[in-house]
Design a binder for this molecule. Sequence first.
Ligand SMILES: Cc1cc2nc3c(=O)[nH]c(=O)nc-3n(C[C@H](O)[C@H](O)[C@H](O)COP(=O)(O)OP(=O)(O)OC[C@H]3O[C@@H](n4cnc5c(N)ncnc54)[C@H](O)[C@@H]3O)c2cc1C
Length: 251
Amino acid sequence: MEKFDVIVIGGGPAGLMAAGRAAEYGRNVLLIEKNRQPGEKLKLTGGGRCNITNAEFNTREFLSHFGDAAKFLYSPFSRFSVQDTFDFFAERGLPLIVEERKRAFPETEKSEDVIRVLETYLAENRAETRYGETVKKLLINEGEIAGIETNKGEIAAESIILATGGTSYKQTGSTGDGLNWLRDLGHTVHEATPDIVPLRVKEQWVKELLKSFRAPRLNRCGSPLKEQPAIKSPEPENCSAPISGFPARSF
Ligand SMILES: Cc1cc2nc3c(=O)[nH]c(=O)nc-3n(C[C@H](O)[C@H](O)[C@H](O)COP(=O)(O)OP(=O)(O)OC[C@H]3O[C@@H](n4cnc5c(N)ncnc54)[C@H](O)[C@@H]3O)c2cc1C
């Protein structure tokens, strides 16, 4: 059976970065992505401009906006900080610019350029990529993950990195496969909750009230909200995470 040091499953930003870094450290790396090209969701980010990070260079202050997740994020951000992200892209010819609310974008304002930098990072470090190949399951040997089965065959690896993303915008390929595999293996997987999404309200008076304001606007949202009226602007979107645990009937 074919064998690699590291197999990375998923060619989103997390998978591309993980594969590039493992290859940079000299590992024999294979990245598998089921779409015909990597970064389908990344392409949509920031309206196609890619709001890549936030120019808050104090890690403690930066993470104070992440609620309970801050505890987990402190370790990775002390290994690779916001400043490291700025340096990583600047060194590869794509400096970041900072807009209001410290939002950072690539200078070219094109998410495709971020994908291009990440793909070049992999190529320069000789990580192998296979696009258009779907991982079907993890292969387990004596209680350890020993490899993967794809639609094209079995591949062994010393280490497997799951970077299959969450469950939003499934049409981009993020169908939650990795979470299902982990659940099947007996890991605890918390239910995903919406974050930075438009708020839907059923009360007519809220909609009437909103019409008298310029912002937030009452918009018609496309897929996946299927033409449901929703409040869509940064403020309600930013408060969608804290209230996502409330029962939907309250609104
Ligand atoms: C409309 C929109 C706008 C956004 N804007 C921003 C923004 O401006 N700034 C920001 O920071 N974030 C933004 N985000 C969030 C950001 O896109 C995600 O946080 C990011 O893409 C997550 O990266 P990831 O690599 O973890 O997962 P993903 O990008 O979801 O990548 C996972 C990859 O794994 C692949 N995969 C899944 N299962 C398999 C399998 N079985 N076999 C092979 N491959 C598989 C998928 O095809 C996918 O390509 C936005 C998201 C959306 C939907």
